[in-house]
Design a protein. Structure first.
Length: 754
């Protein structure tokens, strides 16, 4: 139905030559990660060795995947690229906009009413531009990608941080912002700093209560939430090959929680089995033919310290089940230590809710192992003490587990089955009583457990564990319960023990589904109309930004001199604003409202130089724009750190800001500013930041000579008539100057010049 075997065969056709060449150039054996990266260079054959953590490299990913929240702006932008179809296979998945409240059918029906116009828009754009569209209820992006699109040795990007899940099928899969996705969909290269490499050697074998989730919970405890930054984590060893493919997916999924660029595993039998059971025998056959290229070289795995930047070793035989949390996924506690740790920290011991599923943990294996525990409830005459919920990752999984009786088993212990969607994992959980903000404990098999993440209650302590452990804990209702050693008292007053979970890696009767929820795009989409209501508050078609008029920018007003930290959250806040992600005008009302004004130390209060009054940043920007007055933003160090959210660059562009001058940029944000046709500049002399005054008017004096490597000169005219000349550096190359001249990178693509 959905994968593109011809594309995959092409990747495999190129791989042996390119990998052999790369090995020769690099002059040593290669890791799997390096093989995949060197086989996906934008320029084709490798010609030089790249410095890990140093060189920026252009890549050609095989696929793009977008979820419904981030796809809106990405597709609105793509519509401007002037292309009849996406340049690489792309899919859109409706999973983030479905709130969990009652049950799957009720919640899905409500979401279809509430977000109808967004779903319709995504469906029609997908249909028009050759994008595969997964309807609401079809499943969660990463599970659907694993079931249909991921393939060993492939490279993909996706507009969601847990895109990394596809590493379970041997991909290099990376989460990006919408602007990056638009580039690749439009046929442009995708740039990434060549990553550092962390090797994780897995020895021994999982058994009993321990699950793949415990591997990543342990790794998170070792590396912390920042330990993987700028690195790809590669797992290998007998422990890796002994694990299921979907278990590998779980481990890679939570690589996002250690900040890793992505994680991956070498091709093995478990992947072949998974591919074959999900109707992709041809992919498995093709992979089998080049199998040695789809894993690291044997010398690398024999002497990992020589070839990785960091190596961690974990013995799966000795690994204990873990629960990580609360409030951070790297606070790892082995289950045997949980009781004393919880008491010491005064964490509420009573578990209110156990939640299993999500993109992280809803494989057939996960569900069947959890069901083996649920079955013991009636067999041992127990009563489930906590509420229990399941969010299946896809309709394929849901249909299959229903057919095999697991849903019935869960319902018998009082479980609620939510829609195949993100739901409680992303705060889309209308939990009864959450508004009371009572302190309480929940356990779940998701990936993130930051404050408010699941139910919006800052006093909910969420602990992350494997689905089987979460099920056992929900049955016991007690955070201090250790199912490996402790007994429970059943309804007859007898002491009983839960037996260790058992299950099937893959459904013995095969996967099945009646309606997978997939919309095949039109062969020729030229006649498809994309309709966006002009009165919609959630969606707005974009108009191209104006091209540069070729003159110096003069008479610009200082909009804000931001003080201290100014992340993409300060520039374009999330929370309630997410609703307007597809409406640039409406979401622009959050522009810089979190930034601190250096002159009064207040947020969202800046001087309107035209009136002399103080007002909200977006209001002042709109006033300047309406008066035809350009504006400029000044900032501190690492301006724009945080996410790759393109709204943080589009909003200032939309509201008439011409340049952002800072002490230093977070690189992705700097690139996003360039793509939107803004000037992203840095002080040649940082101390000049202090010279900028509240009533300044700014003139560029040599923008007409804008060229790579040549600083620009800005004149800051103060209220008293004096002025400071400030030199600004920039990192624009000739192509990027072309973006500025055209008004945006997309304008250039649309003009057929990029
Ligand atoms: Fe959705 Fe949570 Fe996964 S938000 S994509 S289920 S991480």
């Amino acid at each position: 139905m959905a994968f593109d075997i011809e594309m995959i065969k092409k990747v495999y056709e190129n791989m042996p030559d390119r990998v052999d060449k790369a090995r020769e150039i690099v002059g040593r054996p290669l890791t799997l990660t390096e093989k995949i990266l060197y086989n996906h260079l934008w320029d084709g054959n490798p010609t030089k060795a790249f410095g890990r953590g140093v060189d920026y490299v252009d890549f050609a990913p095989d696929r793009v995947a977008c979820q419904d929240a981030t796809a809106q702006m990405a597709l609105l932008q793509f519509m401007h690229a002037g292309k009849p179809k996406v340049a690489v296979p792309t899919t859109v998945h409706c999973d983030h906009l479905i709130q969990a409240k009652v049950d799957a059918a009720t919640d899905l029906a409500r979401a279809k009413i509430q977000s109808n116009e967004v779903f319709d828009f995504l469906s029609s754009v997908s249909n028009k531009y050759g994008i595969g569209f997964w309807k609401p209820g079809a499943g969660i992006i990463h599970q659907v990608v694993l079931e249909n699109y991921a393939f060993p040795g492939g490279m993909m990007i996706g507009t969601d941080s847990h895109t990394v899940n596809a590493g379970g099928l041997g991909m290099v899969a990376i989460g990006v912002g919408g602007a990056d996705a638009v580039d690749v969909m439009s046929g442009m290269a995708w740039e990434l700093k060549f990553p550092k490499l962390i090797g994780v050697k897995l020895t021994g074998k999982l058994s009993g209560w321990t699950a793949p989730k415990d591997v990543i919970l342990k790794v998170a405890g070792i590396l912390t939430v920042k330990g993987g930054t700028g690195a790809i984590v590669e797992y290998f060893g007998e422990g890796a090959t002994s694990m299921s493919c979907t278990g590998k997916g779980t481990i890679c999924n939570m690589g996002a929680e250690i900040g890793a660029t992505t994680s991956t595993f070498g091709y093995d039998d478990s992947m072949s089995r998974y591919l074959r059971s999900t109707n992709r025998a041809d992919v498995a056959d093709a992979a089998d033919k080049i199998a040695p290229y789809l894993t690291g070289d044997p010398e690398v795995y024999a002497n990992p310290e020589q070839y990785f930047d960091q190596v961690i070793e974990i013995n799966l035989t000795e690994l204990e089940p873990h629960l990580n949390g609360p409030f951070t996924p790297d606070l790892a506690t082995p289950i045997s230590k949980m009781k004393e740790t919880a008491i010491k920290n005064n964490w509420p011991l009573q578990i209110q809710v156990g939640l299993i599923g999500s993109c992280t943990n809803s494989s057939y294996e996960d569900i069947s192992r959890a069901a083996s525990l649920a079955r013991q409830v009636s067999a041992k005459n127990l009563k489930t003490k906590s509420q229990f919920t399941i969010t299946p990752g896809s309709e394929v999984v849901r249909y299959t587990i229903e057919r095999d009786g697991f849903i019935d088993t869960f319902e018998k212990i009082g479980a609620t089955v939510f829609a195949n969607a993100c739901g409680p994992c992303i705060g889309m959980w209308d939990r009864d009583g959450a508004e009371k903000e009572e302190r309480n404990t929940i356990v779940h098999s998701f990936n993130r457990n930051f404050s408010k993440r699941a139910d919006g209650n800052p006093n909910t302590l969420a602990f992350v564990g494997s689905p089987e452990l979460v099920t056992a804990m929900a049955i016991a209702g007690d955070l201090g319960f250790n199912p490996l050693t402790d007994t429970l008292i059943n309804e007859d007053g007898e002491e009983v023990m839960l037996e260790a979970p058992t299950g099937d890696e893959l459904p013995p009767k095969g996967f099945d589904v009646k309606d997978p929820g997939f919309q095949v795009p039109a062969e020729d989409g030229s006649g498809v109309q994309v309709v966006v209501s002009p009165t919609s508050e959630r969606l707005q078609l974009l108009a191209p930004f104006d091209a540069w008029d070729g003159k110096n920018i003069t008479g610009a007003k200082l909009l804000i001199k931001a003080f201290g930290k100014c992340t993409t959250d300060h520039i374009s806040m999330a929370g309630p604003w997410l609703r307007f992600r597809g409406h640039l005008d409406n979401i622009s009302n959050n522009m810089l409202i979190g930034a601190v004004n250096a002159f009064n130390q207040k947020t969202n209060s800046v001087k309107n130089q035209l009136t002399g009054t103080y007002d909200a940043v977006p209001a002042v920007a709109r006033a300047y724009k309406a008066a035809g007055v350009p504006s400029i933003v000044v900032g501190d160090h690492n301006y724009g750190e945080g996410s790759s959210r393109e709204h943080a660059a589009m909003e200032p562009r939309f509201l008439g800001v011409k340049a952002v001058l800072v002490k230093s940029f977070a690189r992705i944000h700097e690139t996003n500013l360039k793509k939107q046709g803004l000037l992203g500049l840095t002080f040649a002399n940082e101390a000049d930041y202090d010279k900028i005054q509240e009533d300044d008017t700014i003139n560029f004096t040599d923008l007409t000579e804008f060229a790579p490597g040549k600083p620009l000169t800005l004149e800051f005219v103060h209220a008293n008539g004096t002025k400071d000349i400030i030199l600004a550096n920039h990192t624009y190359n000739a192509g990027q100057i072309g973006w500025f001249v055209a008004g945006s990178a997309l304008n250039l693509i649309a003009a057929g010049k990029a």
